[in-house]
Design a protein around this ligand. Sequence first.
Ligand code: DSN
Length: 413
Amino acid sequence: MNRFRDSLDKVDPIVFGLIEKERKRQQDGLEMIPSESFASLAVLQALGSVLNNKYSEGYPGKRYYGGNQVVDEVESLAIERVKKVFGCEHVNVQPYSGSPANVEVYSALMELGDTALAMSLSEGGHLTHGHKVSFTGKAWKFVHYGVSRKDERIDLEQVRALAREHKPKIIVCGATAYSRIIPFKEFAEIAHEVGAYAMADMSHLAGLVAAGAHPSPFPHMDVVTTTTHKTFNGPRGAVIMCREELAQKVDKAVFPGMQGGPHNHVTAGIAVAAGLMLKPEFKAYGKQVVKNAAALAKTLSESVRIISGGTDNHLVLADVSKAGVSGKEAETALDQALITVNKNMIPFDPRQPFDPSGIRMGTPAITSRGFNESECSEIGGLIARVVKNHSDSQALSSVKQRVLELTAAHPMY
Ligand code: DSN
């Protein structure tokens, strides 16, 4: 055995076997966590490439290491393609993932201790939108807005009132468990009225924005972050996009402010994914993701309460508590039927985060495999059946059989 040249199956059959096991799990089941998707084979090939081997601290044309002629071309290509996809002025493709990207923006645009306004985690935001257990909530003073009790949608009047009262430096919009359109233009207007930067974390929505299936944050927002592994369909990473006048601050906050060497294999994956986003097939994909989620929500609504009454995007949040089951129990039962979702808090949830009232589902991953609306409608029925019969092993096993038939008809790679 040659430790350096031989392939994984020979060098490490244990790890090889585990990857095969996970590949089979993904192939056999319905992956319905809304923040997950499947990167294309081309993206996976870029990730498994020699670009992994290179150090290149700095930016194209300004590196602290030699030998970066090719890496410069890769990074410049990724930047140009992302600019073209979203129509933005400046792009940094180096953030290691969404959480560091958000911290980098905060540190670029605020002093430690400054005030920011963002959506609360319990009503759909994200840990890095200033939750108290996150570094972001310790380093900066975050004030939170939420959704209205009336319709479970973002209450812009509350956002405006909090903005006027607290005079934040940044107003963040974007969510991880919100199924309605994010009103980027209105958020930017409120931010600019109080002299704040308007920031969108569109991690969940980037692919929908690229496909024209959700309004764009551009040209309204001053700065936009997104992960590249959700609806973006790329590698695990992130990008920051901003107005040209903020470019230097943002770039400095990423490197050397927070990070060291960029992950060049990931940068190549971002270039590939952004290249694919420019193709007409991607527009069709993004639109289908939204249609599929609507079909899923419609069938599910016959059995459980859908938060806000439906969905405009890729995501469906359901309150399963009235069906006599907690979010955790529903997640476990669905796992047994090979349907992967995650338990989730619902707005004003009386239960606790580790065993909340809701489950969160999404269609980006299954749409990548070619699932259509009628299949998503059927999947809604299967999920409802599991929720209603969560302790009936025969019912779970019959749903599992149907899931295996559905997934066999849509091979992954
Ligand atoms: N963990 C992601 C999600 O599931 O929405 C957000 O980073």
